[in-house]
Ligand binder design. Structure first.
Ligand SMILES: N[C@@H](CCC(=O)N[C@@H](CS)C(=O)NCC(=O)O)C(=O)O
Length: 91
């Protein structure tokens, strides 16, 4: 399962978490503070969070992570469902 590593006070972390939740992607949260320890540098070369652990390898940089998720998982619409008529932009 995908592991999202970082801490909840980070806006970068929450940006990735939002996408995971919004797209219904199963993931686990792992509390990791930014650090220059080898254990963190092994996953994130600059020691920054968030980083993502996947079966395909590790990913860091929140925008890269979001783009990876968008490419790997089917994209759902962000707009709420409409009753009856489709909005003009959806035709
Ligand atoms: N460009 C990075 C920024 C991530 C970032 O700066 N995270 C902070 C925590 S909110 C961090 O790890 N800081 C530690 C450091 O700069 O060494 C991203 O979008 O993921």
């Amino acid at each position: 399962m995908i592991k999202l590593c970082g801490f909840a006070l980070s806006n970068y972390y929450n940006k990735v978490k939002f996408v995971l939740l919004e797209h219904g992607i199963a993931f686990e949260e792992v509390l990791v503070p930014p650090s220059q320890d080898e254990a963190v540098l092994a996953h994130s070369p600059l020691g920054k969070v968030p980083y993502l652990q996947t079966e395909e390898g590790d990913l860091c940089e929140s925008q890269c992570i979001v783009e990876y998720l968008a490419a790997r998982f089917p994209v759902r619409r962000f707009s709420p469902p409409t009753r009856g008529k489709q909005p003009r932009s959806a035709r």
